[in-house]
Design a protein around this ligand. Structure first.
Ligand SMILES: [Zn+2]
Length: 280
């Protein structure tokens, strides 16, 4: 999600995340209005709407609105979202001389100003878009994560993650929050490096903040209990400072958090997904 051409009024992912941490309700509002888009883009869209006084609602590109029988009003300025761009690259380092150099495609991300909210358009009425249902077991299965029995004897432990397995304490105080947190450790690649048992004694490392950030985005987007706890945890961590990056989560961590939350939410949707921001 990097871009060299980022305009100055587009916040960094870390700034967007800190904004969401400090403003309860922002994530839910963004999800309700823009759930077809990635979690990062949802917040990006909402923040731009708020800055410009635009009523949040369905967003589409100029040609897509035309297809839907609406047109963008004169003088309206497009919203900027981050979109994947497929590029081609020739492989110059082929192993053998026999093979011709092959072409590889790869995806990078760039910010583009191409989207308009429904309130910036006029024309035919649009059918309301229902918010998709979400199922935890389906999410876990689609993420290729196995739920195992909770076998820890540590009374403080809420859950743990090992490789691609997670376990949630049957009497966990916030079971969904713990599920998202443990699934995040797996999705973020933390468990490839070691096991995670999460209790009161867990060190406040960056990995914990990443997992808790994912849990915050998931809990609040889906309206499940636990967002307030996550928020408090991250605010506490931020207020303690982290060396040279005293007031923000590292940009790379923020990107990872948005991506993992997006994967977990999409994996649990029980209704067919409509096209997303890949459309141009
Ligand atoms: Zn943890």
């Amino acid at each position: 999600m990097e871009s060299n051409t980022q305009s100055p009024d587009i916040p960094k992912w870390s700034a967007l995340l800190v904004e969401a941490v400090n403003k309860p309700g922002l994530i839910l509002e963004a999800y309700n209005a823009f759930h077809r888009y990635s979690v990062g883009n949802q917040l990006l869209a909402l923040v731009q709407c708020q800055l410009r006084g635009i009523q949040p609602g369905p967003i589409n590109t100029f040609p897509k609105w035309q297809e839907l029988g609406r047109h963008v009003k004169r003088g309206e300025r497009a919203l900027t979202l981050c979109m994947p761009i497929t590029r081609k690259r020739r492989d110059e380092n082929a192993d053998t001389n026999d093979e011709p150099s092959r072409e590889h495609t790869y995806t990078s991300f760039a910010h583009r100003a191409r989207w308009f909210v429904i309130s910036q358009t006029e024309g035919e009425e649009l059918a309301a878009m229902p918010i998709p249902q979400w199922d935890a077991e389906q999410a876990v299965a689609n993420l290729n994560i196995e739920r195992i029995d909770f076998d820890s004897t540590d009374g403080n432990c809420q859950g743990f993650a090992r490789k691609r397995q997670i376990a949630i304490n049957p009497v966990a105080q916030l079971p969904y929050k713990t599920l998202f947190h443990e699934a995040a450790h797996v999705t973020l690649g933390h468990t490839a490096e070691g096991d995670f048992a999460d209790g009161e004694t867990t060190p406040r490392s960056l990995r914990e903040v990443e997992a808790e950030g994912v849990a915050l985005l998931c809990c609040e987007s889906l309206g499940l209990e636990g967002a307030a706890y996550c928020r408090g945890y991250i605010q506490n961590w931020l207020s303690q400072g982290t060396g040279s990056n005293a007031d923000a989560i590292p940009e790379k961590s923020a990107q990872k958090i948005f991506r993992a939350a997006d994967q977990i939410i999409r994996a649990g949707r029980t209704e067919p997904e409509q096209s997303t921001e890949a459309e141009q």
